[in-house]
Each structure stands twice: as structure tokens, then as C-alpha cells.
Design a binder for this molecule. Structure first.
Ligand code: GAL
Length: 687
């Protein structure tokens, strides 16, 4: 790839064909070279079963091609048409309340239904055959945002139930083993035939969906449903690879979306794409008060880490967004800043959602680059400016982002906490986000890994709430620490075995020896304002380099007994007054820090400062809300300086060099305006 892909999600089927050349020309003027097309256009491409019409799409692509724009084609399976649903209503998914969806949304299909597999196979084969040699088409997006269903989180239909039972047979081999692994003796749930095993429809009136089910069943069901999406994607990938061997294949993921193992999903793709809406708290967002710049950075880093390479942003927010209610509009400069942040974190494609704001349908208020009336305005001008600037960044498109710190984010842990959140306000991603944010504030590059990605090459591994332990993780961690790794473990670690049963060991279970601590008691803290004795926050002191710092914990407290670890934090007051709360143990050439409390920002910050200093990892200082990211290519450093705040900030540059957006040579202290950014190319001799 030599130039960044730059473009929009375009829906020619929403507009009169007379408008298409006007759109294509405006896109070209804005420097665009890419559109994504057709990912919801099934009813236009196959208006009746077996009757296909690509004439309109061919014409639209011809026009775009004439303006130098190439195409990512979406397979349209996220929007099964009415004729298909009326012939096969069983395709409609069944949610956690046992209710079948009705027609009228999108993502209204179950990924295991045989009738949907056949219909998918047919449309994807015909479409791929039609476009396999088209000169404008260079890539495919499979479906759209796999993983959720129209009316809920997971499908619970009879086809899924049968497939789940089969999946369990393969995994557990015998009912005896399943009964023992799941502990079905509890409440007389022992199964004597595979067909008796249920799917976890909601069986209590309130609480999280799986809270009353056997947690072992719930975790296996979450793993199974994640697999169903991976397999459904494979069905399409196989067809596309076969018929279009020269095209790239991608899928648009959703950042921190928790219900599909994205490492597994990404394996079958050439490149990961994702949909980035910085102004929009997603339903699964763990962050109260919506997203901020560090959360977006974290989602980018997660997406990059899935395949350990650059990625695409397939939908980049380009206007105020929402279905029924609108998010505030991006401030002048914000679309540009979000775009540069995406590139800083490794995006080699920026595709804005969407070109023109639609006048019809559910997304009438999901604003695109152009307003409803199609007249270019402020947002178009900003995108046009970005288009010009991106051409100056060609040379760094495939640059790497070397990280020495990794955070472990496990899908098993996400799902186990989904079944039993453990403490009122505790969220796994929020805990991860706190560590990430402390590192982000120090401008330290971070990768996010799972158990299945190699984490041994990193110098620091932070594994917040490593609740479920599987495979040989404790032994791997031990060997890695001995060889010099710096490991951070926290409360709620080593609690569960791979089946989501509590271990028969003191906590942190199999990590006790490694951490050099034993949890003798623990308590969840109630939300602030709940009153004494258990309303958070509670005080503790961190002792770093002989200095005591008062910090607090808001959700959890472990009371610790140390066995070989040094105490670096103690509770002050409250039910565990005086008990160790944070410890450090040396093992071989490495160290293990155990954090028994959910620390506030100040605590996280102090701790990360200590960890980075201990591991000899350099930080880059910047004012609040100014992000600095380094990318490296052919021995050259590229520094992105991103001011997410509204006010100008004086910044001491980490290195001098040529500022690529303006062509100026700069060094030392500079002022970066609010919502503005710099990109500095720094040759080795300028450092
Ligand atoms: C994305 C989706 C797009 C569009 C957008 C606004 O999640 O992929 O198709 O719907 O949200 O809702």
C-alpha cells in the first residue's frame, strides 16, 4: 500500500442516478480514492429469489471509476430482504427473552440457520462472480458488523440450541465429563441426554442476562455463539477467496464490542477494519459519560493488535449521529483530528460514514459529510482539507507502532464477568481502560493482546482482573517474569478455572506463588454515596520510593497476606485498615506487582509511573489531553502530536524535524492550537 485509502461509505441506491456523477466529482475534488458500496443493498441486487440485477450498481461503479475512485464491495447479508424472511421466517433470530425478531430492522438473522446459509451462499457467489474481474473493485467487506442480532445480544433459536449441543459434544466428549465440568449437581441440573441442554434464555425477571444460569453453561454458550459468527464469516470468506483470489477481504469490527472473539474473527481476514464513532457511547461502552480520546485510542490499539499490523477505519464519524436522538455535532476541526488520531494509531484507510445524510429510513439523523440537501458545507470543507493533507503522509502509511507494553484483554474474562459482574459497578473494560489511560497520559505505546496472541516479546504485561485462567497461562507467566518481564496483576485474578467454576485454592489461585500474596478476605464496595461502612471510595496509601501518596479505591478491596512480596500500598481506615493492598515481588530477573484495589486516576498514574521506570521504558510528557504517538518507518520516527482539548497548548517536542502537514521545520517548544495536530518526521540526526 503506498497511499492511504481515503473515501466514504456511499449508497447510490438511496439517490436518483442523475446525482451520481455530481457525487463522484465532489468526492474526487476532496481527494477521495475509495468508496464502500452495497453492504445493505440485497433487495436491489436480488429483488426476487434467484433474480439478480447488478445493472444499477455497475453504472454507479462506472461513474465512480471515471473519477478515479475504487471500490470495496460489501456483501449485503446484514439486511436479508422481505421475500427471504417471508419464505423462511425461521431465519429471524430469537433473543435472550425467547422472543423472535420481526422484519423491519437489519441484522435480523441467525447465523446458524441452514436457510440463511443457502441464501448467503447464493448471493455471495453470484455477486463475486459478477465482480471478480471488475477493474474498480479491489476488496470485499463481509457482511456488516457481525456479532449482534437485531433484537438482542445472541440468538437462542432451536437451530442454535441444536448446534450448541453438538458443539458441546465435541468439546466435552461425554455427558459425564460435561456434568462434572459444569457442576450440574447444583440444583439437579445433571443431563442424561445432550438434547436436554438448554440455551440460556433469561430465566429471572431482572439482572444481567445470564445471572441465574449455571456460569459454566453461560461461558460455553458465549464461546459457542462467538464461534458461530466466525464460522458464518468463513462461509463467505471461502467463496470470496475462491472466486476473487486477487481481492482483499475485510470486515468492519466494532472496537471494544465484547460478544465475538475478534482475534478468531480477524484470523480469516487480510486486514481488519473498524467503525469509529468518537462522539457516540455504544450500548456496550463500559465508560460512564461516553468516550474520550483515550478510549478511542484504546479501541484503535485493540484493532491494530488483532493481527499485529495496520488496519482500516471503514466508518469514521463525519457528522452528528444517532437514530432517534442526535449526538452533538463534531466541533470544527474534530473530524480532522479524529482522522489524524486514527492514522497515528495505525489506520491506513479512512472511510467516512457516510457520504450524504439520508432522507429516508432509520438513519435519517446519522449525518454524513454532506447534509440532507447534498450541498457541500463545513464538514465537506474539512474533509477536503484532510484529503489534501493525507497526501503528505503517504510515506508513513505502513509505518509500525512499536510497543513494549501490552495489556491482556481476554474474551473468556469478558464473558465470565458478563454472567456474574461480581460487584455493582465493576466493569472489566473500565478496569482495562484505567490502566490504558494512565499509560496514554504518559504517551506510552500499548498493544492489547489476548491469551492467544504472543505477549512474551513485551517488557511489561498488565493483566487487570485475570478472572478466568486457562491453558498454561500461570506457567507461561512465571517463565516470562523469571526471564525479566514486569507483570501487573490485580484483584479478581485466578478466581475461575476454564469452565468458570471457582478454584479450590486461596486467591489469586494459581497465581498466588507468582504474586507472593494470598487474599485473606475481600469486599466489593458500593457506589459512592451508599454510606458507611461499604460505600466507596476508601483510602489507601501508596509508598513509592519512600514517599507516601494518598489515593483511593472505589469498587473493590482485597485484604492481603504477603508471602515473599514487598508491601507498596496499605489501606488507611475502613474494614481492612492497615492491611497490605498493593505488593511487589521479584522473581528471577523480573517483577510482579499485585494491585488488590480498584485505584483512582491518581493511583493508576503513580503505579504506572513506577512500573515504566522499573522496566526502563521512556515516557513522553505532554499537557493534559495532548496525545503524542510515535510511528517508525525505515529508521525514521514520525511523531503525531494531537491536541484533543479546546485551548492552545505549549508543547516541548519529543524531537525536531519537518512538520509534514505544513512543510515547516520545527523543534523545541511549539504551540499547538485546540483540536489541532502536528505530524513531525524526525530523521535520526535530528533527534
Ligand atoms: C454502524 C453501521 C452503519 C451505520 C452506522 C450508523 O454501526 O455499520 O451501517 O448504521 O452504524 O448507525
Amino acid at each position: 500500500m503506498t497511499e492511504p485509502l481515503f473515501g466514504v461509505d456511499y449508497y447510490p441506491e438511496h439517490w436518483n442516478a442523475k446525482r451520481w456523477p455530481v457525487d463522484a466529482k465532489l468526492m474526487q475534488q476532496a481527494g477521495m480514492n475509495t468508496v464502500r458500496l452495497a453492504e445493505f443493498a440485497w433487495s436491489r441486487m436480488e429483488p426476487k429469489e434467484g433474480y439478480f440485477d447488478f445493472a444499477w450498481l455497475d453504472e454507479a461503479i462506472e461513474i465512480l471509476m471515471a473519477y478515479g475512485i475504487r471500490v470495496v464491495l460489501g456483501t449485503p447479508t446484514a439486511a436479508p430482504p422481505a421475500w427471504l424472511i417471508s419464505a423462511h421466517p425461521e431465519i429471524l433470530p430469537v433473543n435472550e427473552d425467547g422472543q423472535r425478531a420481526g422484519f423491519g430492522m437489519r441484522r435480523h438473522y441467525c447465523p446458524t440457520q441452514p436457510a440463511f446459509w443457502s441464501a448467503t451462499q447464493h448471493i455471495v457467489e453470484v455477486m463475486a462472480t459478477h465482480y471478480h474481474e471488475h477493474p474498480a473493485v479491489f476488496a470485499w467487506q463481509v457482511d456488516n458488523e457481525l456479532g449482534n442480532i437485531a433484537n438482542g445480544i445472541r440468538c437462542h433459536c432451536s437451530s442454535c440450541r441444536a448446534a450448541f449441543q453438538q458443539w458441546l459434544q465435541q468439546r466435552h466428549e461425554s455427558l459425564e465429563r460435561l456434568n462434572s465440568a459444569w457442576g450440574t449437581v447444583f440444583w439437579s441440573q445433571e443431563y442424561t441426554a445432550w438434547e436436554q441442554i438448554p440455551v440460556p434464555v433469561r430465566n429471572v425477571r431482572s439482572g444481567s442476562p445470564g445471572s441465574a444460569h449455571n456460569p459454566a453453561l453461560y461461558l460455553d454458550f458465549a464461546r459457542f455463539t462467538s464461534d458461530t459468527w466466525v464460522r458464518y464469516q468463513q462461509l463467505q470468506v471461502r467463496i470470496l477467496r475462491d472466486l476473487c483470489p486477487h481481492h482483499l477481504i475485510t470486515h468492519n469490527l466494532m472496537g471494544l464490542f465484547p460478544y465475538v472473539d475478534y482475534v478468531a474473527l480477524a484470523q480469516d481476514l487480510d486486514v481488519v477494519s473498524w467503525d469509529n464513532y468518537p462522539r457516540l457511547p455504544t450500548p456496550w461502552s463500559p465508560f460512564n459519560g461516553g468516550w474520550n480520546a483515550s478510549h478511542i485510542a484504546m479501541a484503535h490499539d485493540l484493532m491494530r493488535s488483532l493481527k499485529g499490523r495496520t488496519f482500516w477505519v471503514m466508518e469514521q464519524q463525519a457528522g452528528p449521529s444517532g437514530w432517534g436522538r442526535l449526538s452533538p455535532t463534531p466541533l470544527p476541526g474534530e473530524i480532522r483530528l479524529w482522522t489524524l488520531q486514527s492514522i497515528a494509531h495505525g489506520a491506513e484507510a479512512i472511510v467516512y460514514f457516510r457520504w450524504r445524510t439520508c432522507r429516508v429510513g432509520t438513519e435519517q439523523y446519522w449525518h454524513g459529510v454532506l447534509p440532507h440537501d447534498g450541498t457541500p458545507g463545513r464538514r465537506y470543507q474539512e474533509v477536503l482539507q484532510v484529503g489534501g493533507e493525507l497526501r503528505r503522509l503517504d510515506e508513513l502509511v505502513s509505518a509500525t507502532l512499536p510497543a513494549e507494553v501490552a495489556i491482556l484483554r481476554s474474551y473468556d474474562v469478558l464473558w465470565a464477568f458478563e454472567a456474574q459482574p461480581t460487584a455493582e459497578a465493576l466493569s472489566y473494560d473500565d478496569q482495562i481502560g484505567r490502566y490504558y489511560r494512565a499509560l496514554w497520559r504518559r504517551n506510552v505505546a500499548v498493544d492489547l493482546v489476548t491469551e492467544d496472541r504472543p505477549w512474551e516479546p513485551y517488557r511489561v504485561l498488565i493483566a487487570p482482573c485475570l478472572f478466568v485462567l486457562r491453558d498454561n497461562i500461570p506457567a507461561r507467566l512465571h517463565a516470562w517474569v523469571e526471564a525479566g518481564g514486569m507483570l501487573v496483576l490485580t484483584f479478581r485474578s485466578g478466581v475461575k478455572d476454564e469452565h468458570n467454576n471457582v478454584v479450590d485454592l486461596p486467591l489469586p489461585g494459581e497465581l498466588c506463588e507468582l504474586a507472593g500474596v494470598r487474599v485473606v478476605d475481600y469486599t466489593a464496595l458500593l457506589p459512592a454515596g451508599s454510606g458507611e461502612p461499604f460505600g466507596g471510595p476508601k483510602s489507601l496509601e501508596l509508598i513509592i520510593d519512600g514517599t507516601s501518596h494518598p489515593v483511593s479505591t472505589d469498587m473493590w478491596m482485597d485484604e492481603l497476606e504477603v508471602n515473599g512480596a514487598q508491601v507498596i500500598g496499605r489501606y488507611r481506615g475502613g474494614v481492612f485498615d492497615g492491611s497490605p493492598a498493593v505488593t511487589m515481588r521479584r522473581i528471577g530477573a523480573g517483577k510482579v506487582i499485585y494491585v488488590g484495589a480498584s485505584l483512582d486516576d491518581a493511583g493508576q498514574d503513580l503505579l504506572m509511573g513506577m512500573v515504566l521506570a522499573g522496566a526502563g521504558i521512556a515516557e513522553v510528557s505532554s499537557p493534559d489531553n495532548v496525545e503524542i504517538v510515535r510511528r517508525v518507518h525505515k529508521g525514521i520516527d514520525y511523531w503525531f502530536i494531537l491536541n484533543h482539548g479546546m485551548a492552545p497548548q505549549e508543547i516541548l517536542l519529543p524531537a525536531g524535524g519537518v512538520e509534514l502537514l505544513t512543510g515547516r521545520t520545527i523543534s523545541g517548544k511549539v504551540v499547538v492550537n485546540g483540536l489541532d495536530a502536528l505530524v513531525i518526521r524526525s530523521q535520526p540526526e535530528q533527534r
